[in-house]
Design a protein around this ligand. Structure first.
Ligand code: 5AD
Ligand code: FES
Length: 346
């Protein structure tokens, strides 16, 4: 079957066989990518119109117990100036964001045990108390099922935990031996069972990734049916073991965004910051390829440069208000509009 036919088949049947996935990923060309983007854009407009949902991210701690080989804030990077925001500082970021029209706050950090269950639950419930029309998304990494349950009961609505790769052998090449692919997968199924709108995802072009790995990622997501998918290109960070690895492909990232939209029409799909970093028009092109979410930074400017997962991350010098205005302009330039709402999964 030609690539074009595989895209049509995916659109009709919402799944492909392993070999078909591999072929799609290996053999697509620029015209197939355009074809997929147009189809994905149509689907996205049917689902969401030309509305773009925004999520304000508060990166509240860059302290992490893990040592993922790709990540700039890994524990063995001694060049990071580490910080923690207080509960009050986190709440202030959300208050400020509310004024700019954010109705979802994403609390993201390294895996930092300083913020224990009680403290995190307190922060979540206080955000919900102050802003009852808002959703809270957590992106705090792997935790116990009991922690996830407590945070859900405190009012958290969504959880982002990229699976990073659905291939266990590939996972081992991206993470130190102490980290476990099985545990990560278990976390994801716990989150879903508990009732979170759950997000998984992977980097495109991470070291040692093959078309087979990406095929497994697509098959995993096809089964798991996440409410959200985060995908962006791998970008090297100068203080990591992967410093000399090539960055991921911009075009393949856009293509797979379209493919995700075609496979899961109602998935919440951000045009990620990494996509905006690899190309100045990346977020706009992401939206035109089927993305419907943008996640600008709400962290205090004083800490932004310290949350560098990869080199040259955009928006680290801008005030939240500037980012908000910039995004409004960028979305209007392609005929889309930022929607002030929680933007839940339907
Ligand atoms: N390049 C691109 N994305 C990265 N992430 C971490 N490090 C990098 C990098 N060097 C992504 C991971 C993680 C998310 C928060 O950021 O997929 O889950
Ligand atoms: Fe931050 Fe454009 S979105 S400056």
């Amino acid at each position: 079957m030609a690539v074009r036919e595989l895209i049509d088949k995916l659109n009709c049947e919402k799944k492909l066989s392993h070999d078909e996935w591999v072929k799609l990923i290996k053999e697509y060309d620029e015209s197939d990518r355009t074809y997929a983007a147009e189809l994905a854009r149509c689907i996205s407009q049917e689902m969401f119109g030309k509305d773009i949902y925004i999520r304000g991210i508060v990166e509240f701690s860059n302290i992490c117990k893990n040592d993922c080989l790709y990540c700039g804030i890994r524990r063995s990077n001694g060049n990071v100036s580490r910080y923690r925001l207080t509960a009050e500082e986190i709440l202030q970021c959300c208050d400020e964001g509310y004024g700019y029209g954010f109705r979802t706050f994403v609390l993201q950090s390294g895996e930092d045990a300083f913020y224990d269950r009680e403290m995190l639950c307190g922060i979540v419930s206080e955000i919900k108390k102050r802003h009852s029309d808002c959703a809270v998304t957590l992106s705090l990494g792997e935790k116990s099922r009991e922690d996830y349950e407590a945070l859900f009961n405190a009012g958290a609505d969504r959880y982002l935990l990229r699976h990073e790769t659905a291939d266990e052998e590939h996972y081992k090449k991206l993470h130190p031996a102490e980290m476990s692919w099985k545990n990560r997968m278990e976390c994801l199924s716990d989150l879903k069972e508990i009732g979170y709108q759950t997000g998984c995802g992977m980097m495109i072009g991470s070291p040692y990734q093959t078309a087979e790995c990406l095929a497994e990622d697509m098959e995993f997501m096809c089964d798991f049916k996440p409410e959200m998918i985060g995908i962006g290109p791998f970008l090297p960070h100068k203080d990591t073991p992967f410093r000399s690895c090539p960055q991921g492909s911009y075009e393949l990232t856009l293509f797979l965004l379209s493919i995700c939209r075609i496979m899961l029409p109602d998935v919440l799909l951000p045009a990620t910051t990494a996509l905006g970093t690899i190309n100045p028009k990346g977020r706009e092109q992401g939206v035109l390829s089927g993305a419907n979410v943008i996640m600008p930074n709400l962290s205090p400017v004083a800490v932004r440069k310290k949350y560098m997962l990869y080199d040259n991350k955009i928006c680290t010098g801008d005030e939240s208000a500037q980012c908000r205005a910039c995004l409004e302009r960028r979305m209007e330039s392609i005929g889309y509009k930022i929607k002030i709402s929680r933007g839940d999964h339907i």
